[in-house]
Ligand binder design. Sequence first.
Ligand SMILES: NC(=O)c1ccc[n+]([C@@H]2O[C@H](COP(=O)([O-])OP(=O)(O)OC[C@H]3O[C@@H](n4cnc5c(N)ncnc54)[C@H](OP(=O)(O)O)[C@@H]3O)[C@@H](O)[C@H]2O)c1
Length: 325
Amino acid sequence: MSTGPSVRPLGKSPVTIGPLSLGCWPLAGMTRDGVTREDAVATVAAAIDAGITHLDTAYCYGEEGESERAIAVAIHGRREAVVLAGKCGIHWEPGRRQCVDGRPERISHEVEESLRRLGTDHFDLLYLHAPDPTVPIEESAAALRDVLEAGKARAIGGSNMTVEQLDRFASVCPLAACQMPYNMLQRGIEDAILPWCRSHDVAMVVYWPLMKGLLAGRMERGQVFPPSDSRHKYPMFKGIEFERNLDFVAALQPVAARLGCNLPALVLAWTAEQPGITSVLFGATTPAQVAENARGLAVSLDDRARGDIRAAINARGPVAGRRAV
Ligand SMILES: NC(=O)c1ccc[n+]([C@@H]2O[C@H](COP(=O)([O-])OP(=O)(O)OC[C@H]3O[C@@H](n4cnc5c(N)ncnc54)[C@H](OP(=O)(O)O)[C@@H]3O)[C@@H](O)[C@H]2O)c1
């Protein structure tokens, strides 16, 4: 469990987490070439050393659970120092075909396999990764309730759900957390999902805070992402959309400079202070990125910075590829 002045409760569960957390998807080596097992282990270790102790992974982060296996190495001997979140309900079929499968027997299989890969006997938080459209969500929720009651998870969450799905899930299984995409330019959850979570005392843990790296401020005009980099398929990294996003990043740079911080730290600090946001999951592929991002824990925004950021968001306008769920 996280301790310290800035810990935040995960809904009504006994679990607490900090405002910044490490997302371990890029460590699986599937988002781009060149992320090694050594990088992955060192990145997780750097996060823990920097006080970022909530680690977010999933059964499908890597065709063979590469993310979970790297975490196992990094947390060996210090399992109690971390808050370990996993997800189940998505796996890979041969040929890298992603398969959503929320049947209870599949969930039970993935939970056992993930715990084995992670070298632990329990998750601190376990999410249904996404609803399976072919399985009533109550059936998947009942399987996760069984995991909770068996002591193999201390809290249960739901990810990529609509309000209606959250309602149905929570009618069967105690729901402590919801995980959705959210960043300065993609704020669809503010319409309905975030208010639902706040009114039901469900924690909101958000992903893509750096817009897959764009808001870290290191991308260049004209940059082309190769087919092996998963960013090549998103509209936010193409053509005029990409240019406008880079203009937005340029507008944030003076705000960070005035506050004396780096850009990802500013972006993460802003995201973590939005009303109803419990924790912000940033991905990273190196200890150096973790060190930069962890500085977000120490950034204090002032009203001038908030106003400048609001103006930049308004000037940017709606982005392509925005999605609420
Ligand atoms: N529930 C879901 O369905 C779902 C979906 C997506 C993600 N997630 C979770 O949320 C986490 C965060 O999402 P994400 O990792 O996809 O996106 P993100 O946090 O917006 O971006 C992560 C990427 O940004 C780049 N980056 C990070 N720090 C940087 C720095 N200081 N300087 C330069 N570049 C930097 C890295 O890319 P490179 O090093 O490769 O350039 C890194 O892989 C995931 O890791 C995962 O745990 C959950």
